[in-house]
Design a protein around this ligand. Structure first.
Ligand code: FAD
Length: 385
């Protein structure tokens, strides 16, 4: 087979799997390498042998989208069962419903407001002296007032980002983070669900094509691209360049796994909004598969902290300093020939799974169309800055 028809993909997560399959279907020979000992990237799921619970190894993943093509795509590989994410939070010795909704407001203030009354009440709580909010804290105080801010936003945000909400930009809280009805479904999207047999099984099916070879436990080096017509790289953008311009800032997560005989907390996700509780949330994985029954339980206490060189990068920070550094890395990446940077790490963005799949499909199409028209492939599908 000619070099032109051979493709190297770095990363066997959703980005790599979807691009790999789309190209394999069009006659390309696709080699995929991943440094981990499993496929699936951060969506990896595995059934716990002792309890039978499907565990979301790198933190819980809920599929939600308005993109009908992406929904049809994933349903072509596995069956999705209904799942609505309903999050609770413990604050001030009580349990409330999230996102902050009419139930939360009524419970918190000891009221029986109807929607219009709650709206008017919150307008009175809002700090109107803040006319041009610059920070997350100012934005929250302007939207919901001090009491709700301190109970539901301040501590959680501080733990998640590792800094005071006074140091974060107002843009993080773009819209009023409150609902004036009893809708406690975390996501608004039309299609929501969970793959019945887990994400890794779904991704294994995406990868199941005779023209795709997956090699695990293999870390990509830049020289590995020789002998291939194109490389699609879903590893960390700064890692590709051996961090020569420094490391892009990430938050990492530590999961403290524990098991329980029975139902530990009665729901999938319990947040902890107070700063003196060191973890941000506890997730109980059997509740992510509500159609299954297990007597035992697997839970994760989740801690957020700054990402060090040997940690797994989870959330890109993307504040002013990181964006400047990102621009420099993007300029370097654009000088590379026959390499496209994809996915959450390759483009240094937080991407939900549906967006990841959409971009992977579009990337594969752009590549195939470019080949047909003899056009060079872009380094990025769209600018990550
Ligand atoms: C805590 C958390 C919770 C999330 N929850 C949700 C959710 O509920 N719903 C949702 O839609 N999305 C969620 N996401 C987002 C979801 O994880 C991403 O959309 C998805 O993982 C992106 O897939 P990817 O293939 O781009 O990246 P990844 O899944 O990170 O895959 C990249 C792969 O590349 C490999 N790799 C990296 N560098 C190299 C190298 N040098 N050589 C070889 N291999 C390499 C890695 O091992 C990895 O397997 C969540 C993300 C996080 C962090």
């Amino acid at each position: 087979m000619s070099v032109d028809k051979r493709i190297l993909i770095v990363g066997a997560g959703l980005s790599g799997a979807v691009i790999g399959r789309e190209l394999a279907l069009k006659g390309y020979q696709v080699d995929i390498v991943d440094s981990r000992d499993h496929i699936g990237g951060n969506c990896h799921t595995v059934r716990d042998e002792a309890t039978g619970v499907m565990v979301h190894v790198y933190g819980p993943h809920i599929f939600h989208t308005d993109d009908a093509e992406v929904w049809d795509y994933v349903n072509g590989f596995t069956s999705f069962l209904p799942y609505k994410n309903r999050v609770k939070t413990t604050s001030g010795g009580q349990v409330y419903s999230l996102p902050v909704n009419l139930h939360t407001i009524n419970q918190f203030f000891g009221k029986t407001f109807r929607p219009d009354e709650a709206r008017a009440f919150l307008e009175e709580q809002a700090d109107e002296t803040i006319t041009d909010p610059q920070t997350f804290e100012e934005q929250a105080l302007r939207f919901v007032g001090r009491d709700l801010y301190e109970a539901f936003f301040k501590g959680y945000t501080q733990k998640q980002w590792g800094c005071s909400p006074t140091e974060l930009p107002a843009s993080i809280l773009k819209r009023l983070p409150v609902r004036f009805n009893y809708d406690d479904n975390y996501f608004f999207h039309k299609y929501q669900g969970m793959p019945e047999s887990g994400y890794s099984d779904m991704i294994e099916r995406i990868l199941d094509h005779p023209a795709i070879t997956v090699t695990l436990n293999t870390k990509f080096k830049r020289c590995d691209g020789a002998g291939y017509g194109h490389v699609f790289y879903s590893g960390p953008l700064d890692g590709y360049f051996d961090y020569e311009l420094g490391r892009l800032g990430y938050r990492t997560l530590d999961f403290e796994r524990f098991t329980y005989d029975g139902d530990y907390q009665g729901c999938a996700v319990m947040n902890f909004g107070e700063v003196d509780v060191p973890f941000t949330r506890i997730t109980e994985h059997k509740h992510f598969s509500p159609w299954e029954e297990h007597s035992g339980s697997v839970c994760y206490r989740e801690y957020s902290r700054a990402c060090e060189p040997n940690d797994i990068p989870y959330y890109p920070i993307r504040l002013v300093k990181e964006k400047a550094q990102l621009a420099d890395y993007v300029a370097l990446a654009q000088q590379e020939r026959d390499v496209t940077f994809v996915g959450r790490l390759g483009t240094y963005r937080y991407l939900d799974m549906d967006v990841t799949i959409r971009e992977a499909l579009d990337t594969a199409r752009l590549y195939l169309d470019g080949k047909a028209d003899n056009l060079p492939m872009k380094s990025f599908l769209s600018s990550p800055i």
